[in-house]
Design a binder for this molecule. Structure first.
Ligand code: ADP
Ligand code: MG
Length: 321
């Protein structure tokens, strides 16, 4: 069985493309990295534990994609340009076919965004994966959670609730209708909205990525910005599968409270909205206006029948009609 050093040589040392700003990469005590002048370093970490965050038998290639995707999603939500990643991995044994599948998913996504693997740690133990990404952002233009103001429009990227519906189907709680392969893809291979985040800088000061559901994550913006928000449920972007689910069950909690979509929710000040709407056709993902920032301290939602839902940051039952 391969030792730690061989694993590093074989799977991590030259896994990704070389960047000029990596003065020294995998192989020494530290990596030496050059941050561009005038830019701040944006840094974010996530740890995924087998049994908690993913099934121990999860497909390794999808897992390699997802651990990096959820981290890149945090950079996207800051408006940062991804550059470097570190990988701390603990494995019960040196399973080379698992590792090569995992690294295939990981490096495919890394190369799409020009991200270089610059270091990490490899140990034996229960399967756990820790990823830290680093990127660059102009500190005065970063998309912060505390920057929403009353009157701003609230926008989301992509569609909401697909990943949550895929999970519900997988757990046997619902029998999905329509394109299940598409739903599974949305759960297993979320697409970090990196390009959108960077394009938002001239228009937005405030964004968060949706990992815990639109209501909860917009709730973080409200809390940190000291504002409220009203969402119009009939304007939420929904796939036909999610629409069918809501028609059948009356349950709006799926697009409001289900996590794992990794779309962005962001605000645009009123005087920037016309200019912003002019560039929508040039973005690589659809963007939809779903509400407005108002005075207050939390988000609420208006259902299509006019009913006001006051507790959108809370769970499932509150949304059953
Ligand atoms: P040290 O004993 O100094 O911590 P290691 O033997 O743990 O060094 O690691 C040797 C080199 O390999 C270091 O540059 C480290 O960053 C890199 N490395 C170890 N594991 C990984 C990994 N999973 N992914 C990327 N780089 C790794
Ligand atoms: Mg080490």
């Amino acid at each position: 069985m391969a030792g730690e050093f061989e694993l590093i040589q074989r799977f991590f040392r030259d896994a990704t493309a070389n960047r000029a700003d990596v003065l020294l990469g995998v192989g020494d005590d530290c990596a030496l990295l050059q941050v561009p002048a005038g830019q701040a370093l944006a840094v974010s970490s996530d740890t995924l534990l087998a049994g908690h965050h993913f099934a121990p038998d999860a497909e390794p290639e999808a897992l390699g994609h997802k651990v990096l995707a959820v981290n890149l999603s945090d950079l996207a939500a800051m408006g940062a340009e991804p550059a470097w990643v570190s990988l701390c991995i603990s494995l019960p044994n040196a399973d080379e076919s698992w590792l090569s599948g995992f690294m295939r998913g990981f490096t495919q996504l890394a190369s799409r965004f020009g991200v270089q693997l610059v270091g990490g740690d490899t140990t034996r133990g229960p399967l756990s994966i820790g990823v830290t990404v680093q990127g660059f952002v102009d500190p005065d233009r970063a998309l912060r959670r505390d920057a929403a103001r009353a009157g701003d429009g609230v926008y989301v990227s992509g569609m909401l609730g697909d990943a949550g519906l895929a999970l519900k189907c997988r757990q046997g709680l619902y029998v999905g209708k329509g394109d299940m392969a598409h739903l599974d893809e949305r759960l297993d291979r979320p697409q970090p909205r990196v390009d959108l985040g960077m394009r938002l800088q001239p228009f937005s000061r405030c964004a968060i990525d949706i990992s815990d559901g639109l209501g909860a994550d917009l709730g973080h913006i409200c809390e940190q910005s000291g504002v409220g928000a009203t969402l119009q449920l009939d304007s939420l972007p929904l796939s036909s599968a999610v629409q069918a689910y809501i028609t059948e069950t009356g349950d709006w909690s799926l697009p409001l409270s289900a996590g794992d979509d990794y779309e962005l929710v962001f605000t645009v000040a009123q005087q920037r909205q016309l200019d912003f709407e002019l560039i929508l056709g040039t973005l690589d993902v659809a963007v939809t206006r779903v509400g407005t920032i108002e005075q207050g301290d939390r988000p609420r939602a208006i259902a299509p029948d006019g009913r006001v839902i006051d507790e959108v940051t809370r769970g499932y039952d509150h949304f059953r009609s």
